[in-house]
Write a new protein. Structure first.
Length: 267
């Protein structure tokens, strides 16, 4: 959710979130490669699926950043289109690997690809919480600069904000937070889209409030979604990503229509 806040501020686009920018598909591709390769080693107690998912998400972020800046300048449209293209390509590769891999190995990742909130060991959770909390604290310290960037690059520059430095730092921290979360929980879409907008409607656009509140509300939203996923078809369990997609899909469509009318696409 905090990453969604940052991406929406940097891109000045209400439709931006880690899922839309292709980060989740990069993590999914990394996980599929780990499973199909039959790797069994661990890194600091983590399975190769989580390690490869983290690496895939991190690499995808910087790939999208690199493609979006091929012209040498920061273009919002170029970055969004780069995310869409990378997302589509990686999704196609995932489907290709799924079609040729052995069924038992594919099954091992399908539940993870749709969001998996199964328990992790406490050490892993504490380390991840410390890293994510540190990232959120760093983002909070640059929240005034994010407020300025939300007004546009020219206005932010006139306020004395170092545009390039702020964008790079914020993008990198948001990417790291996303990669950590995805490596632990799998692909849970639309949290970074729905939660920031809901918080913004209630508490306003000030990032000094928006960032911490989005983190809190996002955690509460996932707890509710996970609870619903466990009880809807009990004793079986739905992937939590299915529940968030059911909520986030229509919400994204509403935002898309609203934003399209604002910029004149549907006139």
């Amino acid at each position: 959710a905090c990453s969604g806040v940052v991406f929406q501020a940097l891109l000045r686009n209400p439709l931006a979130d880690p899922y839309i920018l292709g980060i989740s598909s990069g993590a999914g591709l990394g996980a599929m490669i780990a499973v199909v390769s039959g790797l069994s080693w661990t890194v600091w107690g983590r399975s190769p699926i989580a390690v490869f998912a983290f690496a895939g998400a991190s690499a995808t972020v910087w790939l999208v950043w690199f493609i979006g800046r091929l012209t040498g300048k920061f273009h919002v449209t170029g970055l969004l289109l780069a995310g869409v293209v990378v997302n589509a390509f990686f999704s196609a590769v995932i489907m290709f690997i799924t079609s040729i891999a052995k069924a038992d190995r594919v099954y091992a990742t399908m539940f993870w690809l749709m969001g998996n909130m199964t328990a992790e060991d406490f050490l892993t959770l504490w380390v991840a919480a410390g890293c994510v909390g540190g990232g959120m604290l760093a983002l909070f310290f640059i929240s005034p600069q994010l407020n300025a960037l939300s007004l546009g690059a020219d206005d932010a520059r006139s306020m004395g904000v170092n545009i390039t430095r702020t964008r790079t730092i914020a993008f990198g921290i948001a990417a790291a937070i996303t990669a950590i979360a995805v490596s632990l929980s799998g692909l849970i879409g639309f949290v970074g889209l729905v939660v920031p907008h809901a918080v913004r409607l209630v508490f306003g656009p000030d990032h000094r409030q928006l960032l911490p509140l989005s983190g809190i509300v996002g955690a509460m939203f996932l707890v509710v979604a996970d609870t619903l996923a466990r009880v809807i078809i009990a004793p079986a369990q739905l992937p939590v990503g299915v529940v968030t997609a059911i909520v986030g899909g229509p919400f994204f469509l509403i935002l898309l229509v609203k934003y399209s009318r604002k910029v004149g696409w549907l006139k």
